[in-house]
Design a protein around this ligand. Structure first.
Ligand code: NI
Ligand code: MN
Length: 226
């Protein structure tokens, strides 16, 4: 399982020979220069919720890749009206795809589209195959529901957690989340993109280290293998 970071909360997960793109906000990211998203050819795009910083590049990428969406019912219905194909899920449900299983899990956040349309309830994704399991929390507060993940999914190899505070949990709460989900390999996201989510990354790393948890903060384009 290979995970590549594309800034903010955008990742590509390579699993069972398929590419899953998470929350595409890449060329639209104010910190990213000269990145052509039309070169991305994901097989699927996973959308945690409808906020602009998670979908801004979605339509361009779909046009050039024919990627299929996986998200909640309201987000899939919204894009279906634009002729974009997808697979709708809802909280607590899992489904076996050609690359493995996805469970759509709870997140505590909001989810309206930039145009005001209803984006349903926000969520996170637990993705696994026979070898590996990874959790993408999406934008969320620390929530006790996270304790259900190790009880109801395979053992996590890694988890992607927001650490930027203000709109989501900050790194102190994310370190508690890592304990809730029983995962000692965490990949940081949703920080240092805009002023309200600017954080001290060394302090964040230290907070996790004190709990014996490794916090990965990959550079743009960097890949991690699990
Ligand atoms: Ni959001
Ligand atoms: Mn966000």
């Amino acid at each position: 399982m290979k995970l590549s970071y594309y800034g903010h909360a955008s990742f590509i997960l390579e699993i069972s020979g398929k590419q899953l793109l998470l929350d595409p906000f890449i060329a639209s990211n104010p910190n990213v220069e000269n990145f052509d998203v039309t070169n991305l050819k994901p097989d699927y795009i996973l959308v945690s919720h409808a906020h602009g910083d998670h979908i801004a590049d979605l339509e361009t990428i779909v046009k050039h890749s024919k990627a299929k969406l996986i998200s909640n019912y309201e987000i899939i219905s919204y894009y279906a009206q634009k002729g974009i194909e997808g697979h709708a899920m809802n909280h607590g449900g899992k489904y076996q795809f050609e690359f493995g299983t996805i469970k759509y899990v709870n997140a505590v956040h909001t989810s309206s589209f930039p145009d005001g349309a209803n984006g349903g309830q926000p969520g996170g994704f637990v993705v696994w195959n026979d070898q590996n399991c990874i959790y993408f929390a999406g934008d969320t507060a620390l929530t006790l529901d996270m304790k259900l993940i190790p009880m109801s999914c395979p053992k996590l190899d890694a988890a992607v957690l927001p650490i930027g505070d203000n709109f989501t949990m900050g790194y102190e709460d994310a370190a508690i989340a890592a304990e809730f989900i029983k995962c000692d390999t965490i990949v940081a996201c949703h920080y240092n993109t805009f002023p309200p989510i600017s954080i001290n990354v060394d302090e964040a790393r230290k907070t996790f280290e004190e709990k014996g948890i490794k916090l990965h903060t990959p550079a743009f384009g960097e890949s991690l293998e699990f």
